[in-house]
Design a protein. Structure first.
Length: 405
């Protein structure tokens, strides 16, 4: 059980929640009022909350004992590259067995090359997980040691001149023998909206100074400029599948974090025609995700991105939850298209070469019940829970995204 699951477990215990009296954290994707209610459950000693808190603290203690993660400590430094640049390999590319040197690498969609685990993607994931564990532990316990450790990690990754990451992804998901980085590598930072929420939980924490906040916002501003103006950024913006959806989610979250509401509103308004209207068919299917070798995985991965955009849209008056084209394309249609498969009323006929679960639909339904103001989705989520998918509680989504009103 991971720390990320902690808040989800607490939220699911809120059958009835008392009115919150404290100010909710100004989170972007997580619903701050639900975090307040979850913390109230912790303080009240509610049984499920106490159990989850124990697990959260266990994960946070492990993080405290681990070294700070930095992007500059590379197992495979690249000649001529700035060590502060993030470098990763294309996830599904492998050495060509027909070539003596294996170059250029060739695509095997859905099959992760273990060599990718030797590059900065692992460091990025560890950093995100560390900040998440520590920020949530701070928020739910108020123990200073967790906030201090989170601040040390953030300074090391984003601020310290000796170790900070340059605000670009020029060398993300490079294909050996073919290029030095691709636009598709921007998917590596799809966890950024969740990370920004974790950072926002540190507001007011001991040791998190106004200077820290300003330096981080400066880094985010520079990264957003790179995302929207660089060659790789523009390529990813033009992506027609989940890559484009997550590009929008990252850019919109960054814009909101730095206080540029107008830019966020522009990005999210365009999401109606640039993402929803083009990715989703009138029947709710998403062909570009269905043609992948991990079609279940990528269907839900794209829905998560689109739902993240819908939540971000709430901050700037853009209603993506209820947007619908004249021929019926919309988030509701996409969500409901998956239901018969999750309820075992239809058999999934598309390729899924390994893994795959309809469990993530539980969280998506609960998010939509709030975002769309549609109580029936909550009832459908309950029906899925009864079915008992063995991976229903998989650590797939950020916590507190989907909660009862």
């Amino acid at each position: 059980m991971t720390a990320r699951l902690f808040a989800l477990l607490i939220v699911l215990s809120l059958v009835t929640a008392s009115a919150a009296t404290e100010t909710a954290p100004a989170t972007l994707v997580l619903r701050g009022e639900n975090l307040v209610q979850a913390r109230a459950q912790v303080k009240a000693g509610e049984a499920n909350a106490a159990q989850a808190l124990k697990k959260l603290k266990r994960e946070a203690e492990k993080t405290l004992a681990a070294p700070v993660v930095v992007v500059t400590e590379k197992k495979h430094p690249q000649p001529g590259y700035d060590p502060h640049d993030y470098v990763s390999l294309a996830t599904y590319y492998w050495p060509d067995p027909a070539k003596s040197d294996g170059l250029p690498y060739i695509s095997r969609d859905g099959e992760r090359n273990p060599e990718t685990e030797e590059y900065d993607h692992v460091a990025l994931s560890r950093m995100e997980r560390a900040v998440h564990n520590l920020a949530q532990a701070w928020y739910f316990t108020g123990e200073k040691k967790y906030a201090d450790a989170a601040v040390r990690q953030l300074r090391a990754w984003f601020m310290d001149p000796a170790t900070k990451m340059n605000p670009n992804l020029n060398h993300a998901q490079m294909v050996k023998g073919r290029d030095t980085g691709r636009g598709t590598g921007i998917i590596d930072t799809h966890g950024l909206p969740a990370l920004l929420d974790d950072i926002l939980l540190l507001h007011g924490a001991p040791g998190w100074t106004a200077d820290d906040e300003q330096k981080l916002r400066t880094w985010c501003s520079e990264f957003l400029v790179w995302m929207r103006t660089s060659k790789n950024g523009k390529k990813e913006a033009a992506s027609a599948n989940n890559h484009g959806s997550w590009y929008d989610a990252q850019c919109a979250a960054l814009a909101l974090f730095i206080g540029d509401r107008a830019q966020a509103q522009e990005i999210l308004e365009q999401c109606k025609t640039r993402r929803i209207a083009t990715q989703i068919e009138p029947d709710g299917s998403m062909p570009l995700e269905l043609k992948r070798t991990l079609s279940i995985t990528y269907t839900f991965f794209n829905l998560e991105a689109l739902f993240t955009n819908a939540r971000l849209g709430e901050h700037v008056g853009v209603d993506l939850w209820n947007f619908r084209t004249a021929d019926g394309r919309g988030l509701r249609a996409a969500l409901e298209w998956t239901l018969p498969y999750a309820l075992h009323e239809k058999k999934w006929e598309n390729k899924q070469i390994h893994g795959g679960s309809f469990g993530p639909l539980f969280g998506l339904l609960r998010r939509a019940s709030v975002g769309c103001h549609e109580p029936s989705y909550e009832l459908k989520a309950g029906k899925l829970e009864i079915l008992g998918d063995e991976k229903m509680w998989a650590d797939f989504y950020s916590p507190a995204l989907a909660t009862k009103k």
